[in-house]
Design a protein. Structure first.
Length: 415
């Protein structure tokens, strides 16, 4: 039975969907432009990815308090317009013959920072828009959309790149943010912002408030440490898998796309099953079991071999991993929102996202060095072994939920 979440949620979901599809259609376009148009080295391409993540994450730490005290819809619209302008500058500069590596780096930082701010504002607004257990259904729909876009976007983007070049896919990504802004603009009704007691500039206490709240709640702390470590260790191996499969094992590009496109379907299936499994077995049991499984399956990548057996291994391992993530992610996202007071939601989400991206950037560099000293397969195996310990960080119990503060005391509804 399909649960109706209202027209306003539908517009928020549509905005998320169109920008997510745009992002995945343009997946890999920046490295391709850096290599083929700007003749950048392998180190420069790696730096483009890692530096963009790291700088965006550092800047984003100050955005949480800023977002918290403002109406969320205008923030989302502003961040979409910033992302549109940043991404659109790339094809404009290309046509004018002035595109540079420095511009790609700046665009990566600006769009990454705006994405973190948008995610913080949209998460806080989702908590205002959807209440109670319907949050799990809403998060499941976002998760399912993400995995469908992951499966369909790169093949479509690859076809567009083959026909029209990588700059066109970046323009498509830019317009997706414009459409997202129009979707958010269509939302009607109230908004929410946490008031300041005094109109002062941001202080160090404001910037650390998200950290303090996460570390003070045992459940949030466990979920935070688990999620950022799992995400960091998995993402650290992504460039190495590309080197291993495309470089050492000489997989054709279509097989490489297939190896990561088919498993993404498992994420959609997992997201659709998430709420049903929670209803039948309970939130904590489902989250714990899938949390363990998603940390176990990546070790299977240690057994990749050249040829069709290797392709089948990657598809099976990634399929099982992503299915578990599709079940786990909506549950943990719902638990995080429900344990967070409304007047702290944006800063906690921005802190969470920024910390995760900063760790991903650091681990990408470390694992790149490790792969250089050993081999890509050895570095991937090391990540798989370390992932086995991460479920120990998951909370053993999730009762004693933080009570939701009254809206009148904590939030100011904005018309």
């Amino acid at each position: 039975m399909r649960v109706g979440l209202g027209r306003n949620f539908g517009w928020l979901w549509s905005a998320y969907a169109v920008s997510t599809y745009g992002t995945w259609i343009a997946f890999g376009a920046f490295p391709l432009i850096a290599v083929r148009v700007l003749d950048s080295s392998a180190f420069a391409v790696s730096l483009l990815e890692a530096a963009g993540l790291a700088v965006a994450a550092i800047v984003a730490f100050s955005l949480g308090p800023w977002v918290e005290h403002r109406a969320k819809r205008p923030v989302m619209i502003a961040m979409d317009l910033i992302r549109f302008a940043a991404m659109a500058s790339v094809p404009v500069a290309y046509v004018l013959g002035s595109l540079s590596y420095g511009q790609l780096l700046v665009v990566s930082v600006v769009s990454g920072t705006a994405s973190i701010a948008f995610a913080a504002a949209s998460g806080a607004y989702l908590k205002f828009l959807v209440r109670g257990e319907q949050l799990l259904v809403a998060n499941g729909r976002f998760e399912g959309t993400n995995w469908v876009a992951t499966a369909a976007g790169p093949p479509l983007g690859g076809a567009l790149i083959g026909l029209l070049g990588p700059v066109v896919t970046i323009m498509a990504d830019a317009f997706s943010y414009l459409l997202s802004a129009l979707g958010v603009l269509r939302i009607r009704g109230g908004d929410v912002a946490a008031p300041r007691e005094r109109l002062t500039r941001l202080s160090g206490a404001d910037l650390l408030d998200g950290w303090r709240f996460i570390l003070r709640d045992p459940v949030l702390k466990g979920l935070f440490l688990n999620s950022v470590l799992v995400g960091g260790l998995i993402m650290a191996t992504a460039p190495l898998l590309a080197v291993l499969l495309l470089g050492q094992y000489h997989f054709p590009a279509w097989q490489y796309g297939l190896a990561f496109g088919i498993p993404a379907v498992g994420g959609f299936v997992g997201a659709r099953l998430s709420a049903r499994l929670v209803t039948r077995y309970g939130r904590h049991r489902v989250m714990t079991s899938t949390g363990w499984l998603r940390s176990f399956f990546p070790l299977g990548l240690a057994f990749i071999h050249p040829g069709i057996p290797g392709l089948v291994t990657v598809i099976l391992v990634e399929g099982l991993l992503i299915t578990c993530m599709g079940i786990f992610n909506p549950i943990y996202a719902t638990e995080r929102l429900q344990r967070t007071p409304a007047n702290h939601t944006a800063r906690i989400l921005s802190t969470w996202s920024a910390a995760g991206k900063l760790l991903q950037a650091a681990l990408m560099v470390v694992w790149g060095i490790l792969a250089t000293l050993t081999s890509p397969l050895a570095a991937i195996t090391t990540s798989g072994v370390l992932l086995l310990a991460t479920p120990l960080l998951l909370p053993r119990r999730m009762h004693c939920r933080v009570p939701e503060p009254a809206a009148a005391a904590e939030d100011v509804p904005v018309a």
